[in-house]
Ligand binder design. Structure first.
Ligand code: NAD
Ligand code: G3P
Length: 384
């Protein structure tokens, strides 16, 4: 029997100083990923009592029940202390609150600091992606901005279940520096330079996961869900490509990978919010019941406006917005999903020959094979 290959994890010459801003479920989990990768990590928590709990008992019981945090992880409620001398600053707060936090961060940025968004939403009102909001609000060159995304349900990773992600930046060097830091024995980061595709993948899969939650709540089964996931990927790809993404990014970790994880898991807050809607709760009641961030709820309206501006049809997302508005009965969502036409339509996939969503099964399999073969090495591209 072949012996399992042991992963080679690059060990930094000296621990990198890293700040993670936001001590919710993902910020805390990412701080653990980075600390377990040998970095010197300080986590910023808004509430001093949470910072105290993390420092004193190495727990974050509000967001990650039962998880022991690394002994080396330090937390503080003082932003300046968290960011002092940080080479890399990871931001993990709700997307709608990002802009209002940027001014406070500015005095603590060094000339070389890399800023990484871990968030998966677009800003209401502007429709901007989080890396764009960062570029507008911080004195940081676009080459020093990165995003990290992928099938990354926080609790599974906090339990150290093996997971992959992709780090994207306009600068491959920046993406590689971040991916090197965000790699450990249970978490591996690949890289690409398609920031638009990587970021929109994370935003759009949330909207499809809300749709999946809705039909789950109604009681529909696997056929309905598989239909939505497949059609949803076409919508995601059409949209992202219309905004300049590479179609193949949407068949990678930040697209299809995250779509599968989020649609499959009851850990997903977007999926959970959808399920409550499908069970008949009104939007306002769902928001009240969610004590963690379900980004999809706020991103539906800006994504539909952006889709309209580029002439992209998004029937699934449109129907999610109608359910949120209370104008569509959740049980009516499935029959309308793919088309409003009475005529049979050709099935357009992400490889329809139009070049819009060009990606092939062969290509996807090759990418999966390449990633498996390369597992254990240093950061690699999330594409062939
Ligand atoms: N949880 C996951 O599995 C996961 C995985 C990948 C990406 N993400 C993304 O990470 C981002 C954060 O999600 P999360 O799961 O950590 O959310 P969360 O609700 O668990 O935590 C949000 C954190 O932001 C803080 N916060 C709330 N409002 C704030 C404000 N106005 N200013 C500053 N801080 C504020 C909260 O105190 C909390 O620490 C989201 O964009 C989400 O899509 C989450
Ligand atoms: O809990 P959700 O729905 O925000 O999803 C979490 C992550 O984005 C999954 O990759």
């Amino acid at each position: 029997m072949a012996r399992a290959q042991k992963a080679r994890i690059p060990v930094p010459a000296a621990p990198r100083r890293i700040a993670v801003l936001g001590a919710g479920s993902w910020g805390t989990t990412f701080a653990k990923i980075l600390a377990d990768g040998g970095n010197d990590v300080t986590l910023w928590a808004r509430r001093p009592e949470l910072a105290r709990e993390i420092n004193e008992v190495k727990r974050n019981s509000d967001y990650l029940e039962g998880i022991n945090l690394p002994r080396t992880l330090h937390a503080t409620s003082r932003l300046g202390e968290a960011m002092r001398d940080a080479e890399q600053v990871f931001v993990s707060i709700p997307s709608q609150s990002l802009r209002s936090n940027l001014e406070a961060m500015t005095p603590f940025l060094g000339p070389e600091t890399i800023v990484v968004s871990l968030m998966k939403g677009v800003e209401k009102g502007t429709g901007l992606r989080m890396s764009e909001v960062i570029a507008q609000g911080l004195p940081v060159d676009v080459e020093r901005i990165a995003v990290a995304s992928g099938p990354n349900l926080a609790l599974e990773i906090a339990r150290e279940q093996p997971t992959a992600a992709v780090v994207s930046s306009a600068s491959l060097e920046t993406a590689q520096a971040v991916a090197m830091a965000a790699t450990n024995r249970y978490f591996r980061s690949f890289v690409n330079t398609d920031v638009i595709g990587t970021e929109f993948g994370g935003v759009l899969k949330n909207l499809i996961a809300v749709a999946i939650g809705i039909v789950d709540g109604v009681g529909y089964g696997e056929n309905t869900k598989a239909s939505i996931i497949t059609r949803g990927l076409v919508e995601m790809t059409d949209f992202a490509v219309a905004y300049g993404a590479e179609a193949q990014t949407l068949s990678g970790l930040a697209g299809l990978g995250d779509l599968i994880a989020t649609c499959e898991s009851s850990l997903s807050r977007n999926n959970t919010a959808g399920r409550l809607l499908g069970q008949g709760y009104a939007f306002a009641d769902v928001v009240k019941q969610m004590n963690q961030t379900a980004e999809g709820l706020a991103s539906v309206a800006p994504i539909l406006s952006l889709a309209e501006a580029r002439g992209v049809d998004m029937p699934i997302v449109r129907q999610v917005s109608q359910v949120l508005a209370g104008t569509l009965d959740p049980k009516d969502i499935a029959p309308h999903l793919t088309t409003d036409s009475d005529e049979p339509q050709g099935e357009r996939t992400t490889d329809d020959g139009t070049g819009r969503g060009r990606t092939t099964l062969r290509g996807a399999l090759k990418r999966a094979f390449d990633q498996l073969r390369d597992g254990g090495g240093s950061a690699r591209r999330d594409r062939p």
